[in-house]
Design a protein around this ligand. Structure first.
Ligand code: PEP
Length: 251
């Protein structure tokens, strides 16, 4: 049985006081990590404080991105070594906003996934199609290629620890959720791709989240699908009450 993982992606929202208040408001009510993994993906300036404030609780802290090099002349970037040193445990890699707005591609995503494992960070690797690609029936091929390239060169054990987030771009921040059948169809395909490229064991273990306008009203139905092992949630993760409802749904 795969444990569900619910990750709230705050994107570029909140100031430090609000982020700290969120942790104060949620940390004692987060379900046990034996039942569900609960993660907040926060902006870099909040990470140290949130790790400290969430210490000893079942709320885990993620970064929304990182560079793949350990250090060097990369002005403005943050390295996996720095994240690890702060006590961050997960990192989002290749979110569609990073791919669309900041020039990330399958090659940088693959480098970052390897860098995450080199520093014991759990990668949440985002894949997903545009509306145009869906309408042109390119979803399955596109997602297959993204998954294969993102995970290329990993060991079976590393794949088992990876979280893939299937996020149809047309459903992110739009209020349009993929139907649970549409979402599950692609998540099943991703699992089959992992089986072919790695092994049946790796495919059975890899967690596949759905992301795209997930909210308390639709989370139960999505999580009930056979191949959906959690959710990556933007808008509905910003409020403590809503986030708690989402993590409870995964427990
Ligand atoms: C996201 O940020 O990855 C996301 C899915 O956003 P939203 O839930 O707001 O659609």
């Amino acid at each position: 049985m795969r444990k569900k993982v619910i990750a709230g992606n705050w994107k570029m929202n909140k100031v430090l006081k609000e982020a700290e208040q969120f942790v104060a408001d949620t940390k004692d009510n987060i379900p046990s990590s034996d039942k569900v993994e609960s993660v907040v993906c926060a902006p870099y300036p909040f990470l140290a404080s949130l790790v400290d404030k969430a210490a000893g609780t079942d709320l885990k802290v993620a970064a929304q991105n990182m560079h793949y090099e350990d250090n060097g002349a990369f002005t403005g970037e943050v390295s996996p070594v720095m994240l690890k040193d702060l006590g961050v445990t997960y990192v989002v890699i290749g979110h569609s906003e990073r791919r669309e707005l900041f020039g990330e591609n399958d090659d940088t995503v693959n480098k970052k996934v390897h860098a995450a494992f080199n520093h014991q960070l759990t990668p949440i690797v985002c894949v997903g199609e545009t509306l145009e690609q869906r309408e042109n029936n390119e979803t399955m091929t596109l997602v297959e290629n993204q998954v294969k390239q993102a995970l290329a060169g990993l060991t079976d054990d590393q794949v088992k620890q990876t979280i893939v987030a299937y996020e149809p771009i047309w459903a992110i921040g739009t209020g349009k959720t993929a139907t649970s059948e549409q979402a599950n169809e692609v998540c099943t395909h991703i699992r089959n791709v992992v089986k072919e490229a790695f092994s049946a064991d790796a495919a059975e273990a890899v967690r596949i989240q759905y992301g795209g306008s997930v909210k308390p009203a639709n989370v139960d139905e999505l999580l009930a699908q056979s191949d959906i092992d959690g959710a990556l949630v933007g808008g509905a993760s910003l409020e403590a009450d809503s986030f708690l409802t989402l993590v409870e749904a995964g427990a």
